[in-house]
Design a binder for this molecule. Sequence first.
Ligand SMILES: [Fe+2]
Length: 243
Amino acid sequence: MIGIIDVHCHILPGVDDGADTVEEALSMLKREYEDGVRAVILTPHYRRKMFEADWTVLEESYKRLCGALDGKNWKMPLYLGCEYHVDTDMTEALKRKERPGMAGSRYVLTEFSGKAEIAYIRERAGALLSCGFRPVIAHVERCDCLRKKMEQIEELVEMGVRIQVNAGSITGEEGFGTARFCRKLMKRDLLHFVGTDAHGIRRRTPNMGACAAYLEKKMGTEYARKILCENPEKILKEGANEK
Ligand SMILES: [Fe+2]
């Protein structure tokens, strides 16, 4: 499938535990292109006391990567975002624009720890929504409490939360139970986005092609296009309008 948009990856080099160098980032982007990806939202980690790269560092790395990509016949647009590990200050930090939403939109890729409790997830998601942001829960398959109770995901989606899973989780790279959970999400129409969450060219590599083929086969081309292309396009459109 051509025209996929990867909404979650750590390709921006030298800013978190993802790509180390521009060369590695380029190899990852080339792989993405071969997999049918035609736009990428770069989502470096933001996590207090762990990943706190300065905004200017992110921008510099972004410019360098865009420059290096220019001229390649497999180039594609890159957008900045971040994977925000929840904290108590996040709504304020986002309002102050210390960290970007996904591609400059109001969508915020929001990471909870696997052991986060439902009350905390609801509270943080509610805080974002009430400030006009749209939380996208990153790799929801890792949240124990949500995984156990599909109804809780349903409630969050009704509140306005959006749901992302990793490409490898859908195809079974993370085990049978995780793939089955992803399948359930899709059947109940509770999935909105898929990201590679790629971290490198040797480990946790871009893997969108296999996922697209799997989705087309199991869920049909129309569904695969909606999740992999059309829903992410809404983020890009909103980001463009915010500028
Ligand atoms: Fe990630």
